[in-house]
Ligand binder design. Structure first.
Ligand SMILES: [Zn+2]
Length: 260
């Protein structure tokens, strides 16, 4: 058959191939260049947004110190020492419109913890251990370098469910550490997140844990696998399994006797 092949076919093919390879190489280089531009833009935006958050804290929140909520500062210092943190983090209280939460963050190498004001109000309404648990949970995020590690693995965010699975594992780690240090605050600390700083004392814990089985289903599962935090029903059961002690008497039962 070779005698039928045009004499220029092969040479044109080789020239075309060379040009094609150059185009492919340029495409890859350009893609990397565009990718780098997107990456840098994302990093700069993230840095600016983070900076604004810290600026808001410094300008509007209340910084806890030995002169400002000194008893809370005492817990923070004690737990920081227990966890061998290199520095006591800067802790701020901020008004949150009734939301009960707290979070840890890092900016320019400095660790920050933010406690929403309603969490602290709970401490002054006989929920002291619950607040200690929440503080311990956040300090454990710092101890385990979760913020830095999360930044390092951003590249895996495109793999479905992987990043959130890692985040949920981190949450279980922090719950476990905090339960070990404050076993009497774990259940209340988590229940308060689900039902508020007053109603949490009314929750039937056995029934709440039983929801794990009778409320299981596709969308419950789907919500959780897309969430950075495990479902609260599971977190409560987890701390009970770890030996958390019920700190208030709402069902006339001790957590150890729970079947959940
Ligand atoms: Zn957490």
């Amino acid at each position: 058959m070779s005698e039928y092949v045009n004499s220029k076919e092969n040479i044109y093919f080789i020239i075309s191939l060379i040009f094609s390879l150059i185009c492919y190489a340029l495409f890859i280089v350009c893609s990397i260049g565009i990718g780098l531009v997107y990456l840098l833009t994302g990093l700069i935006l993230s840095f600016l947004l983070h900076g604004l958050l810290i600026g808001n804290l410094k300008g509007n929140a209340v910084k806890i110190s030995n002169k400002q909520f000194p008893e809370v500062y005492g817990y923070i210092k004690d737990f920081s020492n227990t966890l061998n943190l290199q520095q006591v983090p800067d802790v701020y209280i901020i008004q949150s419109g009734g939301i009960l939460n707290a979070f840890a963050t890092k900016f320019l190498g400095r660790n920050f913890v933010v406690i929403y004001s309603d969490v602290l109000e709970m401490a002054y309404e006989k929920g002291e251990d619950a607040v200690k648990f929440i503080i311990c949970h956040e300090l454990t995020h710092i101890k385990r370098n979760h913020m830095t590690k999360n930044a390092l693995i951003l590249g895996s965010a495109f793999i479905p469910f992987l990043h959130t699975a890692y985040s949920r594992a981190c949450e279980y780690t922090c719950d476990s550490f905090a339960t070990k240090l404050i076993p009497t605050g774990a259940i209340d600390g988590l229940l308060a997140l689900t039902c508020g700083k007053k109603l949490y004392t009314k929750i039937n814990i056995t029934e709440y844990c039983n929801q794990i089985s009778y409320e299981a289903g596709f969308f419950t599962w789907l919500y959780e696998v897309n969430s950075t935090h495990p479902n609260l029903t599971k977190r409560v059961k987890n701390v009970i399994d770890l030996g958390a002690i019920q700190n208030h008497d709402n069902t006339n039962e001790k957590s150890k006797e729970l079947i959940c």
